[in-house]
Ligand binder design. Structure first.
Ligand code: URA
Length: 203
């Protein structure tokens, strides 16, 4: 039932993007346990995600493993998705290579109502957002920033669902910033405590 509904909205999204780009683009849809009480929302897939057709694999998957280990859960316990389901790239004329970039306003706008529908189908109790894009998109508020909101739970109400949002920094943003990494780890322990209190998958 949930899988069929997700399939239906994914096909709508595919159609919308085809119109926008004037052709087919490779998409990476949400993956994991559709009955999960916990959903993880990232920004957009990267190269490895597109190659494997799965969110958070490759380097991002390694970051996810750390997340999972601290929280004492397994990947199978989660449903994992991204706001934008295609890989936004920048092309380097000199090297001829493509690299990841942050999705732009238009790309987020096209994708935003799909993440709302996706969450309304999964009906999680807890949504963990990674970074600014996912936070702004889920709260439908462009003014909020992760710097102000990280590490504290927020109640969110959509037409089709109600859940607690727990914003974290995006793991990619902490790689070169030691101070932020410490904050990220502290937030993760706050999240662990929150999950324990809420009896979400904790032993
Ligand atoms: N991979 C994803 O699937 N999402 C991100 O936000 C980053 C890497």
């Amino acid at each position: 039932m949930k899988k069929q509904k997700l399939h239906n909205i994914n096909q709508l999204y595919r159609g919308r993007l085809q119109e926008h780009f004037g052709g087919e683009v490779p998409l990476v849809f949400g993956d994991g346990n559709t009955d999960s009480k916990i959903v993880l929302v990232g920004e957009a897939p990267g190269r490895t995600e597109v190659e494997q057709g799965k969110p958070f694999v490759g380097q991002a998957g390694k970051n996810l493993e750390e997340f999972i280990n601290i929280l004492g859960i397994s990947r199978e316990d989660l449903y994992i998705t991204n706001v934008v389901k295609f890989r936004p790239v920048r092309y380097n004329q000199d090297t001829g290579r493509e690299s990841n970039r942050t999705p732009n306003r238009e790309e987020i706008r096209i994708s935003a109502d799909f993440i709302e529908q996706e969450l309304s189908i999964i009906k999680p109790e807890l949504v963990v957002s990674l970074g600014n894009i996912a936070l702004k998109c889920i709260l439908k508020d462009d003014k909020v920033t992760i710097g102000n909101m990280h590490g504290s739970p927020i109640n969110v109400k959509y037409a089709g669902s109600e859940f607690v949002l727990f914003p974290l920094y995006h793991p990619a943003s902490i790689i070169y910033n030691r101070a932020l990494k410490d904050v990220y780890l502290q937030d993760m322990h706050k999240l662990r405590n929150y999950m324990k209190k809420a009896e979400l998958y904790m032993s």
